[in-house]
Design a protein around this ligand. Sequence first.
Ligand SMILES: C[S@@+](CC[C@H](N)C(=O)[O-])C[C@H]1O[C@@H](n2cnc3c(N)ncnc32)[C@H](O)[C@@H]1O
Length: 414
Amino acid sequence: MSKPRALGPTKRVVGTPELIAHRVVDAVFAGHPADRELARYANDLGDPKARRFVAQAVFAVFRWWGWTAPLFGADFRRGLVISHLLDSGDRVDVASDWSGPLPPPRTAGIAARAAWLRAAVAPRKLDASIERLVPPWFFESIHRTSAPNFERTLVEILQRRPPLWVRLVDDRKIAGLRLEPHATVRGAARVTSDDSVYEHPAFREGAFEVQDLASQAVSLACAPRGRERWWDACAGGGGKTLHLSSLLRGKGTVVATDVKARKLDEVRRRVRRANLQNVEIREWDGKRVPGKPASFDGVLVDAPCTGVGTWRRNPDGRWRTTPSDVRELATIQRDVLARAADGVKPGGRLVYAVCTITRAETDDVVDAFLAEHRDFAPATALHPLTGEPTDGRIWVWPWIADSDAMFIATFSRA
Ligand SMILES: C[S@@+](CC[C@H](N)C(=O)[O-])C[C@H]1O[C@@H](n2cnc3c(N)ncnc32)[C@H](O)[C@@H]1O
């Protein structure tokens, strides 16, 4: 992948949003995730508005990198402004930097943006095709549906900024936060106000959790009930642990584990904030069941993955992920799923989830698991977002409800 000209190691960042954006872009090309880099500069920027502006500008760079890369070679600022215009449509706040025609509205779609870009900059420098907006290995590696225009539909939505979804813990109205509830998923709502939800007092009180709708679909597919005992094997930051616990309404138990002990501190903090009494948190060695083997009513494996399904929120991921990452993670996923399956009791349920759509990490993992575990079978389930029956493989496509993409497989043990 080509890169913009780097700032160089000695140039100090003195807090201008443009310089910080440049620093973050350099760091991504050195292999670091943009969201982590942005967090590092939060204090330099101070003001939440400046922070939001830099985050949007950086994400715009990577969302449109496939088209705009040649513009960065000579002039970083010009590349930044054009990417921001492509991303924001005619609702821009950098118009003072731009004397050319304004881009079409955000809702206009890729073809209209390509036409605007060709008119706005020297056309011979640019290939503004949909294939350029994703890495070259992408289309041949993903699971596809028979939907007409599948590729175009997928890239259209990848190019749109994602909404922010929250999961409301109770039905309280939250003053000062504009929310649009999902039509069928109880408690799920998208935030339509621009303010940072993390600074809202109701967030600190645990009245809602920030969680994408696709992630909410995972715990809904688990459908824990009664006094069941669930093991969330890859609990990570605890998003699904919290949701499982709340679906159990304080009665059953969720055992939350992770191989990275430091991640469990975040789970502890969130469990405390949400005042949940039915969560046990333990480090996992990645091998043995935490407790008696074959003792859990349900096991969730929210496995580490390439995160292709989150490319709307983390557009830099498309230029950092490689086919060898896909292969390596698929090997880990097979291993983690097989080991966690030992925890499921006869008649119990196993749920495998990944926020990706590559075949190697989805269908192939499930096929290999079923071939090697004759005591497990796919468990038919209703799609958590559409209510339609599935064969135990649930695909959350981003266009269903404007979310991340997610794959969920449900099994039952004989
Ligand atoms: C997708 S994240 C989990 C996200 C979490 N469930 C949530 O909802 O916030 C995957 C987790 O798997 C853990 N993990 C990484 N490598 C692993 C391995 N080899 N075996 C088991 N777990 C692993 C990571 O520490 C990470 O927390």
